[in-house]
Ligand binder design. Sequence first.
Ligand code: PGA
Ligand code: ZN
Length: 424
Amino acid sequence: LIEAVGAREILDSRGNPTVEVEVLLEDGIVSRAAVPSGASTGAFEAYELRDGDKSRYLGKGVQKAVAAVIDELGPAIEGLDATDQRLIDAELIKVDGTENKKRVGANAILGVSLAVAKAAADSADLPLFRYVGGPNAHTLPVPLLNIINGGSHADNDIDVQEFMIVPLGAESFSEALRWGVETYHSLKSLLHSKGLSTGLGDEGGFAPNLSSNREALDLIAQAIQNAGFTLGSDIALATDVAASEFYKDGSYHFEGKQLSALELTAYFADLAANYPLVSIEDPLQEDDWEGYQHFTAELGSKLQIVGDDLFVTNPARLQKGLDLGAGNSILVKVNQIGTLTETLDAVSLAQRHGYTAILSHRSGETEDTTIADLAVATDSGQIKTGAPARSERVAKYNQLLRIEEELGDAAFYAGRTAFPRFKG
Ligand code: PGA
Ligand code: ZN
């Protein structure tokens, strides 16, 4: 039974305040969860409550959300059984009482929701992935490692937000991670040798100034080969375009031109024909359902088309995508929706309809590793949690190494099976 719920203001990886929650159970178990925060946030995400008091942290304090945990959310669930996750999450949603968790904040609600799950797992003496996923949870996800950062995650001139490597040909998660690390260091040497900056963006990838988006892919392809891997079969490529960020006044401001949705689609079709791309995220702006229908009809048979800002981990928006044939994959971010229950609902809705699901971090992160466990628990087969550098990113990869070790011979690395559409 839940005895007490506490909260505090801590810092995230960008030096902004965020919410941390602690749950104390009657049996003495104390568990803790911290809430991530996005920069290129979707317009349809659940609401992140910030104080707006300019005298503290440039208005980004979260004391109101912390107070809501202590004064309202905690008292509403004290005395409840921590294993009743669905009932507890429903209660948290009810206390807030608004459509998108605007009153107490999704950051307050999520902290409580995740801390309750961790406490229940600890109390049952189970690792979180097994508590949430049951005895059959045994699939380690393919990491989508973001090694060049652009868009609103870096101070450079690259339009596309993320260029990722996907070590789908490895035999195990630990081997995939090593391949990713070796490629990351190979890219660093390559950038250095070309006189390009090796400074990092928000997700730990390099953030050089480049003349085009293609140049980023060419550099990564070269780095993969220099590290001794085969482009495509060992390590494939993926991008997060985050197109809403450069959509203004009805057109896409991309590589110095103003493009329509059709022109941008043609650009990516050409890219997919020339590079071993397995996955492309948010190639169009977050409300262009028609554009996504066309994009998916054109490219969906060979490419994973991921809705992040499009679906915002929201089962209702995902259902619309399923009905329209928009995209074929969902990016899953716990703070976009605000409870564990709704997160799990979004994943199972996707999986029941042949959409893939990718568990994901935010660009603002903490040392919390919950998403690593959720990737294994939900059998998602894919995780996106940044470069293999910077502690808030590697914390998740390190947790997956621990889970792999814990599973021993039962561990299965999703590898190519995570990308049913990829023929390359
Ligand atoms: P965000 O970026 O956390 O800044 O929204 C991550 C993403 O777009 O996938
Ligand atoms: Zn994204």
